[in-house]
Design a protein. Structure first.
Length: 50
C-alpha cells in the first residue's frame, strides 16, 4: 500500500481531505468595537506643527 501519485481527478475530488478548504478563525466579538479609525493628520498633528 504505497503512496499514490496525485491525479487531476483526485485534486478535483471534494471529499479528499487535502482539498478541503478550512475557514480561518472567526474574529472575536470585541474586534469590531475595539477597531477605530484615526485620521493620519490627527496622529501626526504634532509633527506637522514643528
Amino acid at each position: 500500500m504505497g503512496i499514490e501519485d496525485p491525479t487531476p481527478q483526485a485534486a478535483l475530488d471534494p471529499t479528499a481531505q487535502d482539498s478541503q478548504v478550512r475557514p480561518g478563525p472567526a474574529a472575536p466579538s470585541w474586534a469590531d468595537e475595539s477597531t477605530i479609525a484615526i485620521p493620519l493628520s490627527e496622529l501626526f498633528a504634532d509633527e506637522a506643527e514643528e
